[in-house]
Design a protein around this ligand. Sequence first.
Ligand code: NAD
Length: 360
Amino acid sequence: AQWEKQVRLSAHPKRSENKVVLVTGAAGFVGMHVSLALKKRGDGVVGLDNFNNYYDPSLKRARRKVVESHGIFIVEGDINDAALLSKLFHMISFTHVMHLAAQAGVRYAMKNPSSYVHSNIAGLVTLLETCKSAEPQPAIVWASSSSVYGLNTKVPFSELDRTDRPASLYAATKKAGEEITHTYNHIYGLSITGLRFFTVYGPWGRPDMAYFSFTRDILAGKPITVYQGPKQIDLARDFTYIDDIVKGCLGSLDTAKKSTGSGGKKKGHAQYRIFNLGNTSPVTVPNLVSILEKLLKVKAKVNIVAMPGNGDVPFTHANISLAHKEFGYQPTTDLHAGLKKFVRWYLNFYGASADGVSRL
Ligand code: NAD
């Protein structure tokens, strides 16, 4: 079939030493950028995405156009589709899986809890089941989240800090993912690397995230709502620019050891790792707003309200020394420089009216 031919072409690495990577969530924000970076250096890349409508699917389709123009094919399908996954792994010998497909977002869990179980737990298990039986077994790098630190108040957050007090169902499913992947590592010898991303932002970002919706609403002259933590403390986030996250993804992929199983059986001790990928420099939400005001040259109308108990944590702050030691991870873009690139992309993509409807 035509799609199978496209998958084979897309999976073809430039040189024999290049990797062959399945990127799940390739039409997503991080997935798009990681796919492009892998392809650029010569790796074979096949994407998988279900193009769900958690946020504007036309943005996902626009991202798909970009990656396809670089020779990357995205299969439209769900990570819960065991038959599809098994077919892909029979067609292609993937050396690595970059697993980025997930139900993201903290607040949406109160509206649609089952979507988190579907993608972040059931889908993860389906993917791991396929990887466990694949020949060869791929090494897996997947996106966990800084949200696993939950109610931890010791800053900055280190990988060995407590993660047993999640504050949202999203966080709970990411934490469950860390435990589920550990089990597959232990029993089947799968090489696993979990990456705890800290608030990733940048061009082609997610419309459900604050920096994106603030930009849209400020430009439209609409008021924005800024939450305050307990005792009027401003919320702060360790905003991390997408290019820094991409470097961390590639660095962790390149230092991942091979899986040690075959035929669904473990043959030796396999690698299990977890890394923070953050920026080590938290910024408060009011500061985020004032940077956006300067870049957009528009004054924001701000409503400040007490943080409702909707799963948000008051602050995040990464200690990144482990990722630095293992693969030289070192973020280089500060929030002002990164938002400048985001705003340039936003105005170009949505056009002068900037009402959140793409003119492309
Ligand atoms: P995103 O929503 O833009 O990308 C996820 C993609 O996965 C989407 O395109 C979606 O259509 C796809 N998808 C969802 N469920 C699927 C399923 N069952 N089968 C197939 N495809 C499915 O999100 P993102 O910001 O690019 O996040 C990428 C990963 O990083 C996610 O695992 C997310 O939880 C994690 N993460 C992101 C951030 C951040 O700030 N962006 C922070 C921490 C963790």
